[in-house]
Design a protein around this ligand. Structure first.
Ligand code: C2G
Length: 131
């Protein structure tokens, strides 16, 4: 039984999020997702996500290729989460390339190419312009 773990905010859920979660799930038998908390987002970006952490957890939990979801409270706790969920593989988008290589002593780390031309920031900009 191979367990895959991945992390993300998944705010204003879009097809790029679907793609990475689907591809991550193909690397093992179970996919566990750490959804970054509102407080973690605020500390990184000085703004809260559009969707609350409860809504984001509910959306991710409803996907058929996701088996377990938890709240990611801090980036530094990656290894604790990997150990707790006994993950064999960490999958992240390639905007994070190299950033989590330090957990390689405990599990495989794979960075997958992002889906081009779509992002939460871009969607927010487009919606802002619509009057
Ligand atoms: N993603 C993607 N293609 C896009 C947009 C996002 O593959 N067009 C991927 C990202 O690379 C990431 C995941 O979707 O792996 C979630 O993206 P974000 O919600 O932007 O997550 P982020 O804020 O980067 O949080 O511990 C790490 C953080 O929790 C990651």
């Amino acid at each position: 039984m191979k367990k895959v773990i991945t992390f993300g905010t998944f705010d204003v859920f879009h097809v790029g999020h679907v793609n990475i979660l689907k591809r991550a799930s193909d690397f093992g038998d179970q996919l566990i997702v750490g959804v970054s908390s509102d407080a973690l987002n605020f500390s990184k970006k000085q703004r809260y996500p559009v969707y609350s952490q409860e809504e984001r957890v509910e959306i991710i939990s409803s996907l058929r290729f996701v088996d377990d979801v938890f709240l990611e409270e801090s980036l530094e706790q990656k290894l604790d989460y990997i150990k707790k969920y006994e993950a064999d593989i960490l999958v992240m988008g390639d905007d994070w390339t190299g950033r989590f290589d330090w957990v390689k002593s405990h599990c495989d780390v794979i960075y997958l190419p992002r889906t081009p031309s779509i992002s939460t920031t871009e969607i927010i900009e487009i919606v802002r312009k619509i009057k």
